[in-house]
Design a protein around this ligand. Structure first.
Ligand code: G3P
Length: 232
């Protein structure tokens, strides 16, 4: 039986290397690797870059956050209809860097579902994973905050958390799938996560800050001995 392929979600955050024209370039590289390796890659740029990126690539573009507001007087909010209209196919919510209350999470997931935006709801730990899974987002992404942006991945530091999160999410929702993230940078990190029952990974700095972003994405998918020669 062929192994299940991981879903790879690249969060551009507010990295300079993934903002504006650099964001568009990174999205195009992601699209190239996605097509070449036949693997699903989702890019998650800042709201201001969604439109230009959605116009220039065919892989899915998600928002980093939306607010559960309606058309009208909500200065500074991110209107779900607006990101949908700009070309987003889904959204992250409740990222560690943009935490929401449970009440707001529930409302936001409901709103996203009405628009058919795919939802990836982040969670810092098992308890939160279970609480948010009851609202049936498409994915819960478990990311231990202390590992975010670091060199040690969730897969090496806390494999038990991945295993437990698969179980917790399953017990709370029939449909929600699990992504994991924090410190993910290698194919080995992804292989461990997949073996433990995750559907894929959510990552950022391993790609955005890489000297060669294309090679960094390829390195998530291709075995080290099969990687193309490095350009000198
Ligand atoms: O959203 C992904 C993120 O929080 C993980 O970041 O830099 O550890 O891959 P990073």
């Amino acid at each position: 039986m062929e192994e299940k392929k991981p879903l790879i979600v690249i969060n551009f955050k507010t990295y300079a290397q993934a903002t504006g024209s650099a964001a568009e370039k990174l999205a195009k590289i992601s699209e190239q690797v996605s097509k070449m390796e036949n693997i699903q890659i989702i890019v998650v740029p800042q709201p201001t870059d969604i439109y230009r990126i959605a116009k220039s690539v065919s892989i899915p573009v998600y928002a980093q956050h939306i607010d559960p507001v309606v058309y009208g007087s909500n200065t500074g909010s991110i209107l779900p209809e607006a990101v949908y209209d700009a070309g987003a196919k889904g959204t992250l919510i409740n990222h560690s860097e943009r935490r929401l209350s449970l009440d707001v999470i529930e409302k936001t997931i409901k709103k996203a579902k009405e628009l058919k935006l795919v939802t990836i709801c982040c969670a810092a730990d098992l308890e939160q994973a279970k609480s948010v899974a009851q609202f049936n987002p498409d994915y819960v992404a478990v990311e231990p905050p202390e590992l975010i942006g670091g060199d040690i991945s969730i897969s090496t530091a806390q494999p038990g958390l991945i295993k437990d999160a698969v179980r917790k999410v399953k017990s709370a929702s029939m449909t929600t799938k699990l992504l994991v993230g924090a410190g993910v940078k290698t194919k080995e990190d992804i292989d461990i996560a997949m073996k433990l029952g995750a559907e894929g990974v959510l990552l950022a700095s391993g790609i955005t800050k890489a000297k060669d972003q294309k090679r960094a994405i390829q390195g998530l998918i291709i075995d080290a001995d099969k990687m193309p020669e490095e350009k000198k």
